[in-house]
Design a protein around this ligand. Structure first.
Ligand SMILES: Cc1c2[nH]c(c1CCC(=O)O)Cc1[nH]c(c(CCC(=O)O)c1C)Cc1[nH]c(c(CCC(=O)O)c1C)Cc1[nH]c(c(C)c1CCC(=O)O)C2
Length: 342
């Protein structure tokens, strides 16, 4: 049943009845029902509460009729689960009060084992039962992006401490990323073993690196995280922001689908990737606030460009902004389904 879903068909480069669509950050602050449910509960606590996780994950599926659910969690949940002191500060993002800079800090990153996250298994199992024919996408943060939060101590525009560590002590950087790949991969595997039908590895900030650094310092660690779900038969999506120069390398890391942000046209992305990968993307989230005619024309042109790819999953080029009008998202789903119907 799930194997015949448009999402899995597109991800595995098979013919689809229509182009599948979902939105990064579809579960979240743009939905009034989300804001209501989250009131009084901290983000990381919400992520560990199966009643909240299942309801919040289902909200956008009911409302928008998207072709996939994305598990409600966060990339720092597995870090907190192994004991890292990390908080998600509203309006800022993940904050790590004691940044990771030395070899001794590796001791703060033990292996993630399934018994540390029984609630994740429970939430995924409940969701899979509720979702029926709609696939659930599990996810994790990639080693570089996780390392950036740990090394910087919080969000960063320049990633200066991260890059200084990568180049200044490549062995420590390697060992840190090996630890993170284990944690990230284990988090993916737990979700898939509980029934998730696809996974997405978010390397949100790796677009800050040139190709040579990606190859030398990052690619094998992302590959290790993705390899944790080898043999489980689920397609893998690999996404980052500003990664136009890295698309082929991110595919090579072990993806079936390469996520494309809005800075590269889907036509150029397909030319760079060839026939080996499906693509996902790439409406600029900022356009959600443009007049509807503009949005609709852009959606259609992205669908047309996507026909050149061996598989296309419609999405935004990054997450749904908190102030987006949810009705625009619902209308986009309708246009995608109508305009792409075969
Ligand atoms: C970099 C990153 C993070 N978290 C994530 C990434 C990769 C995706 C990306 O590139 O955006 C991944 C993530 N975080 C969240 C999801 C849920 C599933 C979904 O996409 O709907 C997913 C897939 C929930 C969340 N994660 C967060 C929220 C908002 C917190 C809230 O509602 O209180 C949600 C819904 C918090 C968070 N967590 C993080 C940030 C930057 C923020 C935003 C901080 C803010 O602006 O308040 C780290």
């Amino acid at each position: 049943m799930i194997a015949d879903s448009p999402l899995v068909l597109a991800a595995t480069r098979q013919p689809v009845p229509h182009t599948p669509v979902w939105f990064m950050r579809q579960a979240g602050r743009s939905l009034p029902e989300y804001r209501e449910l989250r009131e009084g509960t901290a983000m990381l606590e919400a992520c560990r509460t199966p009643d909240l996780v299942t309801e919040i994950t289902l909200q956008p599926v009911r409302r928008h009729k998207v072709d996939a659910a994305i598990f409600f969690s966060d990339i720092v949940v597995p870090l907190a689960a192994v004991g890292v002191d990390v908080d998600i500060v509203p309006g800022t993002g993940p904050v790590v009060p004691a940044p990771f800079r030395t070899r001794a800090d590796l001791d703060r990153l033990p292996d993630l084992t399934p018994d540390a996250i029984p609630d994740i298994t429970e939430s995924v199992s409940r969701l899979v039962a509720e979702l029926g024919a709609t696939p659930l996408i599990g996810f994790a943060g990639a080693p570089f992006t996780l390392a950036s939060y740990l090394v910087e101590g919080g969000p960063s525009r320049t990633h200066e401490h991260t890059k200084a560590l990568m180049h200044g002590d490549p062995q420590l950087w390697n060992d840190l990323c090996e630890r993170l790949a284990q944690i990230s991969g284990a988090f993916l595997r737990v979700q898939v073993e509980a029934g998730a039908s696809a996974v997405q590895l978010f390397d949100s900030w790796v677009g800050a690196l040139p190709r040579a650094d990606y190859v030398t310092h990052v690619q094998r660690h992302s590959a290790a995280a993705l390899a944790a779900v080898d043999g489980l038969g689920v397609p893998r999506i690999h996404f980052g922001v500003g990664t136009g120069e890295l698309l082929d390398l991110m595919g090579e890391a072990g993806a079936d689908v390469v996520g494309v942000d809005f800075r590269v046209s889907l036509t150029d992305a397909v030319a760079r990737l060839g026939d080996a990968y499906a693509v996902q993307g790439n409406l600029d989230p900022a356009l959600l606030g443009a007049p509807w005619e503009v949005v609709e024309a852009k959606v259609r042109s992205i669908l047309d460009a996507g026909r050149a790819a061996p598989g296309h999953i419609f999405n935004l080029g990054h997450g749904v902004p908190p102030h987006a009008d949810p009705d625009v998202l619902t209308r986009i789903v309708e246009v995608v389904h109508e305009h792409s119907a075969r």
